[in-house]
Design a protein around this ligand. Structure first.
Ligand SMILES: Cc1ncc(COP(=O)(O)O)c(C=O)c1O
Length: 356
């Protein structure tokens, strides 16, 4: 089967008038209707899940080069964030800012102190400022997403290693949230025993609704983390649908290529306004932009049905994030962005003329 045959078997459930670009999810589903039916019929969902979890862990670990003994599953990485804070967050939670809002949300849910270390005005982070924060706030756990949500930047191995070592010296758990790692460059990942990685099948794998989240940890940290697991951490249908993705490696490779192609096309479409709006180079399935013209740009895109995520300061939109759409929709997005750009330039020229 060629790549196009495979992708043409996938039905998309989309709203034609709006493009959901605020959730960083896949615009289409990775399994054909036939594959979904087979899995559903083969799943003994009248019974409690038995070997489905082990089977999925093997498949996931094998594809990603991990030891299945270090892999734990839960309902989305959201659940891992909550469990990590329950088990390790009592002394306080630290994160960079901005970052994924659930780090703060779960800390508050549990009544634990939450502190953050802000980026500079260009959304760059300093490892030494974060390490300084470890001494200032004395948290028991630190969260950083890499690649980073919302900016899309990827931190260097050195940046992460310095923070991992500093956390280890202070007996702090360091969580590297790799929700978008499959879109990024491969990097040397800190191997310290106090580092926990979390990953998800909601992003590049395209199954956000099935809620499959991964934690990777070792030794005593792994044991403490899974100590509060339910007897059946995930349902058998989600596990079996997730396992199905790994059954045919050629199809999965095509799927990953397709997602990465969407990432490239998204960056290209938005690059058209890179001289008018600050756009952070992205290693994820979304682009992040900030600056004075973002408000007008987002208003225009929203009017055309492109729904992004906005970040407001004092009621004014100063930053926005837009994630991938389906391949067939890029020509229209590209033309829409160009239209805004032309309109912006015409207005600017007219204004300049009026000043003389
Ligand atoms: C950085 C980051 N971590 C975790 C999550 C949650 O993912 P999941 O669907 O696995 O709960 C997201 C979702 O947007 C995210 O951006």
């Amino acid at each position: 089967m060629t790549k196009n045959d495979y992708l043409s078997q996938i039905t998309s459930v989309v709203n034609d008038t709006q493009f959901i670009m605020n959730r960083n999810t896949s615009p289409i589903r990775p399994l054909s209707d036939q594959a979904i039916i087979e899995v559903v019929l083969d799943t003994p969902y009248n019974q409690y899940p038995e070997d489905q979890e082990a089977k999925f862990k093997e498949a996931y670990a094998d594809y990603n080069g991990f030891d299945a003994a270090n892999v734990a599953v839960a309902n989305g990485s959201d659940e891992w964030i909550q469990k990590l804070i329950i088990q390790f967050g009592k002394g306080g939670v630290l994160a960079d800012a901005p970052d994924f809002f659930m780090y703060e949300d779960y800390s508050k849910q549990l009544g634990y102190a939450f502190h953050s270390i802000a980026a500079n005005e260009n959304y760059a982070f300093s490892a030494s400022a974060i390490i300084h924060g470890l001494d200032q706030y004395k948290p028991s756990i630190l969260f950083i997403s890499n690649p980073h949500n919302p900016t899309g930047q990827q931190f260097s191995s050195l940046f992460l290693q310095n923070i991992a070592d500093a956390c280890q010296a202070r007996d702090i758990i360091f969580v590297i949230d790799e929700a978008y790692v499959e879109f990024a460059d491969t990097y040397d990942r800190p191997k310290n025993s106090n580092v926990v990685y979390i990953r998800t099948l909601s992003k590049i794998y395209g199954i956000a609704g099935l809620r499959v989240g991964i934690a990777l940890a070792e030794g005593a940290v792994y044991d403490k983390l899974v100590e509060i697991n339910h007897p059946y951490p995930m349902n058998s249908l989600s596990l079996n649908l997730a396992s199905k993705l790994f059954e045919d490696r050629a199809k999965l490779d095509d799927w990953i290529d397709y997602q990465k192609d969407l990432q490239i096309q998204l960056a290209k479409a938005f690059h058209q306004v890179a001289d008018l709006i600050d756009i952070v180079p992205s290693k994820t399935n979304f682009v992040f932009m900030y600056g004075d013209n973002v408000d007008a740009f987002v208003t225009f895109l929203t009017g055309r049905g492109y729904i992004g995520r906005t970040y407001e300061t004092d009621g004014i939109v100063t930053a926005a994030r837009f994630s991938i759409i389906d391949k067939k929709d890029y020509p229209q997005l590209t033309a829409t962005i160009k239209e805004w750009r032309d309109q912006f330039n015409n207005e600017r020229t007219a204004n300049e003329r009026n000043q003389y």
